[in-house]
Design a protein around this ligand. Structure first.
Ligand code: NAD
Length: 380
């Protein structure tokens, strides 16, 4: 069944517009092959929005996003805006507020190491020669990054305790890790549903030997797992997970993490693939009342790459795969998402490489040619 969707396109800064053009190329191929219609509504975000409108996330951009089913995001920031006060800098003033504004509570970070690109991985070749495919599902709006109280108090001499010889002013800092059952439940269900479309295995990453919140996660996830009897569930302490990811990455399918553990583990898994320019991400909010779409923001894992911006050599794959995630998780177009992912895999298998993933005897291509090769392979 063909459908029509409005998609907000926020390309941002640096390589953002270059790689975004290639993602739109792939989506146009999807329109032609599957008979859908996408209306792309472009809006400024990040440094370019500061230059043009005086704010990294102008109200007009938010209004555009509200009128759309989802957001395809590039990346924001760069040297030009680094001297601004921290809370006015593009990442802090655009990305964090937009996630908060739309209540994007789930971060999905797929990390695929393609066997043909295994040489780029920093892991030993015998561990990655067959590749790996891990999806980190990270809770994004709760936990220790947001819990209250969060503060630093000065201590009086009597309270300071032991080291009377210290020349430092004595303080006490508190961060608070809080999770409610509802917060755990919504992301757990999302992880199990994602696992069903993969290898049907979920690993809960926690620290249940020490943290009360982790015990809460375990009991809640165990209870919810009974609704997904076809998906296997295992538990792993976060310190062990950090080791196993680099010792045996193929062990994992979906790794379900609270906010801070997911922050760390998702970067570790990404680094293990060795190809930052290949990695997409999705941040999801609530489903529309009809259940037909889920609002989300889809963006590359990497940043604006100022060192290569404007040279036509950026790898567009992360942005193109972000578009595939948008089709799958937001618009519920699974076959269309799979078509883009297959096209990327075939392009890489056929030997096309941007500079960041190039190896001898492969065809070195620029951003536009890589995008062309991928778009050519998108089919029903
Ligand atoms: P970066 O991810 O932009 O770059 C790190 C390295 O990876 C660079 O060598 C870059 O050339 C390379 N790289 C990244 N994406 C690539 C691609 N698609 N193809 C080829 N190579 C690629 O990180 P950084 O240098 O730390 O940050 C640069 C700017 O991006 C900063 O202003 C930072 O604030 C911003 N940033 C934005 C986001 C975001 O918008 N989500 C995320 C991270 C960094």
């Amino acid at each position: 069944m063909s459908s029509s969707f409005r998609i907000a396109v926020l390309a941002g800064d640096g390589i953002g517009p270059e790689v975004m053009a290639e993602a739109l190329k792939a989506l146009h191929r999807i329109e032609a092959a599957f008979g859908h219609r996408f209306d792309f509504i472009e809006a400024d975000v990040g440094g370019i929005a500061i230059d043009r409108h005086g704010a990294a996330l102008p109200q007009a951009t938010l209004d555009t996003c509200h009128g759309c089913a989802s957001i395809l995001f590039g990346s924001v920031g760069g040297p030009k805006w680094e001297k601004l006060p921290p809370n006015q800098q593009p990442e802090r003033a655009a990305l964090l507020p937009i996630r908060k504004h739309f209540g994007l509570y789930a971060n999905l970070r797929p990390a695929i190491c393609y066997p043909s690109l295994a040489h780029a991985s920093p892991l030993r070749s015998d561990l990655v020669k067959d590749g790996f495919d891990i999806l980190v599902v990270r809770e994004l709006t709760g936990g220790i990054y947001f819990g209250q109280p969060k503060k630093t108090d000065s201590l009086s001499e009597g309270e300071a305790g032991f080291d009377a010889l210290s020349r430092l002013s004595q303080k006490r800092s508190v961060d608070t890790m809080i999770y409610t059952t509802a917060e755990i439940e919504r992301i757990t269900r999302l992880a199990f549903m994602a696992a069903r479309k993969r290898q049907s295995r979920v690993t809960l990453v926690d620290k249940a030997n020490v943290l009360e919140t982790s015990v809460h996660w375990r009991t809640t996830v165990r209870e919810i797992a009974t609704d997904y009897a076809d998906v296997s569930l295992e538990y792993i302490y976060v310190d062990n997970a950090a080791m196993q990811v680099i010792r045996n990455p193929r062990h994992f399918d979906v790794m379900l993490c609270e906010n801070m553990f997911g922050d760390i583990i998702s970067d570790e898994v990404a680094a293990a693939t060795g190809s930052l320019g290949m990695l997409p991400s999705a941040s999801l909010g609530a489903s529309a009342a009809s259940g037909a779409t889920t609002f989300g923001l889809f963006e590359p894992a990497g940043g604006t790459a100022p060192d290569i911006a404007g040279k036509g050599i950026a790898n567009p794959v992360a942005q193109i795969l972000s578009a595939a995630l948008l089709l799958r998780h937001s618009l519920k177009l699974e076959a269309e998402a799979a078509s883009i992912e297959r096209a990327v895999r075939e392009t890489v298998d056929d030997g096309f490489r941007t500079a960041d993933i190039w190896s001898p005897n492969m065809h070195k291509v620029g951003t536009v040619s890589m995008g062309d090769e991928i778009a050519k392979r998108v089919r029903k």
